[in-house]
Ligand binder design. Sequence first.
Ligand SMILES: C[S@@+](CC[C@H](N)C(=O)[O-])C[C@H]1O[C@@H](n2cnc3c(N)ncnc32)[C@H](O)[C@@H]1O
Length: 297
Amino acid sequence: MEAQSFGDKHTVRKLETVHRYLQTYTTALKFQRFELLYVDACAGSGSSVPRGALEPTESIQVRLDGFAHPVADTDEIIVGSAIRALGVNPPFHKYLLNDVKQSNVDALRKAVRQDFPHLADRVELTRLDANEMLRNLCTSTDWKETRAVVFLDPFGLQIDYSTLELLGQTKAVDLWYLVPVFAMYRQVSGEGQINPDGGPRVDAALGTDAWRHVVVVEERSTDLFNQSHCRSKRAVDIAWFEKVAKERLGEAFGGRVLDETLPLGRNGIQEFSLMFAWANPGEKAKLAAKLAKAVLA
Ligand SMILES: C[S@@+](CC[C@H](N)C(=O)[O-])C[C@H]1O[C@@H](n2cnc3c(N)ncnc32)[C@H](O)[C@@H]1O
C-alpha cells in the first residue's frame, strides 16, 4: 500500500468515528430499497504514516513524491477512510472514491484490485477537484432512489460552501466533514490583518464574508503625551470559527447539523472539527443524527 505522510492519533480517532458510522449505516439500511453510496471526495491513497514516524529511520523511506515507503515496520501505517469503508459489512452498493492527486488514485486502484477484488465493480475512481466531483454527483443522481454517506476530509480550505449547499439540497446525503477551523483562524493575524490569499478561501468555505466584519477590532489608546492611537487586533478564537462553521453547515442542511462535534488536533491546538449533518428532513432520518451522536460519544 502507498502510504501518504500525514496523520496521528487524531487521524485514527477521526477514521474510527466515521467507520463506526458507516458500519451502523449499512446495517440499519440493509432492508431498504435505496441504492447506498459511500462517497470519499478527498480519499487519499488508502493509508498514511504518522508524521512522528517519518524521521529518517531504517524502516521508513520518504521519496520525493511525498509518499512514505515503509520498508520493514508496517505497524504504524494508518489504514485510510476508503479502505475502511470497503471493509464495511454489509457493503455499500457503490464506492465513489476521488482524489485530486493522480498518484493517490493509482494507489487506491491498486489497493482495490489487491484487497477487494470482489468489490471492484462497485468502485468508481476519479481524479477531480472535490467540489467538481460532488457537483457532478449531486446533479446526476436520482436522489429518490439513492442514499449516500459523504466524507469530506480535506487538508485545508478546499471545500466550497456552494458544494455544501448542493449536498444539503439532495435531501438524501449524510455528511461527515472535517472542518479546518485552524486554517480559517490563522488567516487573521494577531494584529488583525486578514491574509489577502487565505481570506478569500475562508469566504468560499463559509459562503460569506460576514466573518471579516467580526474578526478584527480597533483598539484606541492614549499615550503619555495624550496622543490618541488606534491599533487593530484579532477579536476571535478558534472556537468562534468552529461555531460559525457549524452554523453555516446547518444553514446548508436546513438546520440539520449535530451540535456535538469531535475537536481534533495536535500539540494542544484544535486544528479541525469533525461535524455531522444530514440532508433528509424526514422524521425517520433523525435516526442518522442518533447514530452519529452515538459514534461521537
Ligand atoms: C487528509 S487527506 C485524506 C485522507 C484520507 N481520508 C485517508 O483516510 O487516508 C486529504 C486528501 O485530499 C486531497 N486533496 C487536496 N485537495 C483536494 C481537492 N481540491 N480535491 C480533492 N482532493 C483533494 C489530497 O491529495 C489528500 O490526499
